[in-house]
Design a binder for this molecule. Structure first.
Ligand code: ADP
Ligand code: MG
Length: 396
């Protein structure tokens, strides 16, 4: 059994600078860092104006940047240690649908900063990451936010709380408008605002999807968060996320509400269409579970935590239909092997599970999942230890 290492931040900053210098033949001026995340409760609730409860991972993306020397140049160049294909183009030509593939996340972030009124002469960017890509751990927001921090600081902007908020909405704009992925605001919010040792409860009941976030100290003495990447990529079933979002909009419309946030469970039970009713039931019960989970975590109430994680997993499996056999096995085996709580996490259709495990049982749980995957003939999973870590910043 092996764990995906988060890497040493200083070492990774040094290595992304070296990658930049190799690629562009000049030195980077700044390195931005932004973490991946694991969500503890609240799946598909952000775009329903509900609540989520993510934790920032120690695994992060590092972006080395240098502004182009000629202020009239306007060229954006991006390259990644994780991708064979670099990209370059004029900033003025970046817009919805104009950049294909991974580069849309990075170039989209530069575009979003420009849209927010920042003068950008053009920029070279090189990124490297220890966040698994497409594993439901938000490598996409880690990419956007690391680029956002690097470019903003290269422009001479101080990394104030206002700038952090601005980078959250810039990242959301990059992902929804330039990449074209209809995601909510959880990922960018935790990437920019996460704090070591804490989860964030983010409430999206505000206009323009601007979440209000509050820290929750984790009362999980002698327990760790074990994340298991099933290696089933949700990118393979593109469209499922958007369909769920459309189902939720339909449910809200049937109920005569602007979002499912304030929907009443009795009213939900009367929705005639079976699929739409189950989608709404997941969202409404999941929002309630976030509130209960915050209390259980603060109190170190592991029994309640176990029940909430189990209910959440069943709700995602049966009502929202976003689980898969690998996730169901990872969750069931984690609990059998000694986890006090386990559920799938992230947008679903593959991706990762998260378990709360007594420290001395972490290796045994990871090994039991490996054995079960081998027996089922699944691809071997990857495991991560999710020590709650700080949000984005400058590095090295
Ligand atoms: P998740 O955010 O859960 O990892 P997404 O599908 O939202 O999954 O985003 C994954 C995509 O983001 C990748 O397929 C790739 O296009 C892009 N990406 C993320 N991190 C990097 C990186 N370090 N280098 C290049 N592209 C990346
Ligand atoms: Mg993502």
């Amino acid at each position: 059994m092996t764990y995906v290492a988060p890497g040493d931040p200083h070492e990774l900053a040094r290595s992304v600078r070296a990658g930049f210098a190799d690629h562009y033949g000049r030195e980077a001026s700044v390195v931005g860092r932004a973490p991946g995340r694991v969500n503890l409760m609240g799946e598909h609730t952000d775009y329903n104006h509900g609540l989520v409860l993510p934790v920032a991972l120690p695994h992060a993306t590092y972006a080395a940047a240098r502004l182009r020397d000629d202020p009239a140049d306007g060229l954006v160049r991006v390259a990644s240690a994780q991708q064979a294909e670099p990209w370059e183009g004029q900033l003025a030509a970046v817009g919805p649908g104009t950049v294909d593939g991974w580069a849309a996340y990075a170039a989209g972030m530069v575009w979003a900063l420009h849209e927010r009124g920042h003068e950008i002469p053009g920029v070279d960017l090189y990124v490297d990451s220890t966040v698994p890509l497409g594993a439901g751990l938000s490598s996409s927001a880690a990419l956007e936010c690391s680029v956002g921090v690097a470019v903003a600081v290269a422009l001479g902007l101080p990394l104030t709380p206002e700038l952090r908020r601005d980078l959250v909405s810039a990242g959301m704009a990059a992902e929804t408008e330039i990449v074209g992925a209809p995601t909510g605001g959880m990922d960018q919010t935790i990437a920019m605002l996460g704090e070591a040792g804490a989860a964030l409860v983010i409430d999206f009941d505000l206009p323009e999807d601007r979440g209000r976030s509050t820290q929750v100290r984790l009362g999980l003495a002698r327990h760790s968060l074990l994340v298991t990447d099933t290696r089933v990529s949700h990118a393979l079933v593109d469209g499922g996320y958007g369909q769920r979002r459309a189902d939720c909009e339909e449910a809200a419309a049937v109920l005569g509400l602007s979002s499912l946030r304030d929907a009443d469970l009795d009213a939900v039970a009367r929705i005639a269409d079976d699929r739409v009713r189950r989608r709404a039931r997941h969202v409404v019960t999941e929002i309630a579970r976030v509130r209960e989970c915050v209390d259980a975590l603060a109190a170190g109430d592991l029994d309640s935590l176990g029940r909430l994680f189990a209910d959440s997993h069943l709700s995602m499996r049966d009502d929202f239909e976003i689980s898969c056999p690998e996730l169901d096995v990872a969750v069931a085996v984690a609990v059998e092997a000694g986890a006090v709580a386990a559920r799938m996490t992230g947008g679903g259709f593959g991706g990762s599970s998260v378990a709360v495990v007594p420290d001395e049982r972490v290796d045994a749980v990871a090994r039991a999942i490996d054995a079960a995957f081998a027996l089922e003939g699944f691809t071997p999973p990857g495991h991560l230890r999710a020590e709650p870590s700080p949000g984005a910043g400058l590095e090295g």
